[in-house]
Ligand binder design. Structure first.
Ligand SMILES: C[S@@+](CC[C@H](N)C(=O)[O-])C[C@H]1O[C@@H](n2cnc3c(N)ncnc32)[C@H](O)[C@@H]1O
Length: 291
């Protein structure tokens, strides 16, 4: 039996599919956030592959790491309209890519998005139900999960999905989760309160995670000395767009908060990233233990 929130999620993404088609703004209207996500995902894949390639060069056989960088399999769970996979497949043409998408309309768009790319497959699948995902256990080298777990509106289901995701990844495989957290939202709302701005909540189709969500026996934080992305890298941007900009608009008695304004693009770009802890949306990098 489908969970009671399923219809809410499916009809939300049906509308998104219809409205945004193949656009990069599908599921993420904020241009700065989308751009930052795509850049970091791309750099993550490049760094992991480089690390494995260096290991291979130094140790011949994949002595200390099981994964070489040849034939890497990169899985994007909840791939939406396939925008991220299309970008990666264009940049790193020798790897294989799989997208898993639950929503039929978004999955059709993802298939369209990657038409002609022989190294990309897009599959149906519900992350809550392992049997619906036609991918072998421990076969994935790099796992990407971009704003997906927050769509599972029960704590039990997010835990289930995390275990299913982990079952797909090789030991020593790498994982990147970009997900939203309640604590970041609370900090953001405290900052808004200083200007008399109303608190904002998660969207109706989201349930934000608690800080300890990724405390899992199979997950270990993934240190990469040459690639040090703090989890709060979007903090400055959230402060600028949801506090500073909103406060100025309130002062000017303009009720229309709009995304991607000149003001936000300018100030967010001019300031250093990752100041404070005001971003609900955070980046978490892991190695799958074992092996
Ligand atoms: C916020 S969107 C992000 C899509 C894509 N990662 C992107 O960045 O554009 C969340 C995605 O998760 C998918 N999703 C929601 N529940 C899912 C489930 N149980 N199994 C697999 N995908 C799911 C949605 O259909 C949607 O495509």
């Amino acid at each position: 039996m489908k969970p009671d929130y399923d219809e809410t999620i499916i009809s939300h993404y049906n509308k998104i599919a219809e409205e945004y088609g193949l656009s990069s703004r599908s599921t993420m209207e904020d241009e700065i956030v989308r751009k930052k996500e795509t850049t970091i995902i791309r750099d993550f894949v490049e760094h992991v592959a480089y690390e494995w390639r260096s290991d291979f060069a130094q140790n011949g056989e994949y002595a200390t790491k099981k994964n070489g960088d040849k034939d890497l399999i990169i899985l994007d769970v909840g791939c939406g309209n396939g925008y991220t996979i299309k970008c990666l497949a264009g940049d790193f043409t020798s790897y294989s890519y799989i997208g898993v998408e639950y929503n039929d309309k978004l999955r059709e768009l993802a298939l369209q998005q990657v038409t002609g790319l022989a190294n990309v497959r897009v599959l149906p699948g519900d992350l809550r139900v392992r049997e619906t995902i036609n991918i072998k256990n421990e076969s994935v080298d790099i796992l990407l999960c971009q704003r997906v777990l927050i769509n599972l509106l029960s704590h039990h289901d997010t835990k289930l999905a995390l275990n299913n995701i982990l079952s797909l990844v090789k030991s020593n495989g790498r994982l990147l989760f970009i997900e939203a957290f309640s604590s970041g939202l609370a900090n953001l709302n405290n900052a808004r309160g200083e200007f008399g701005l109303e608190p904002i909540g998660p969207a109706y189709h989201n349930k934000y995670l608690e800080d300890d969500f990724f405390s899992h026996p199979d997950l270990q934080p993934c240190p990469m000395p040459s690639f040090n992305i703090p989890k709060n890298i979007l903090s400055t941007h959230y402060y600028v767009s949801r506090v500073l900009h909103a406060a100025l608009l309130q002062q000017l008695q303009q009720s229309d908060w709009k995304r991607n304004s000149h003001f936000v693009k300018f100030v967010s770009t001019a300031l250093p990233d990752g100041v404070g802890d005001y971003a609900p949306l955070q980046f978490h990098f892991f190695i799958k233990k074992g092996g």
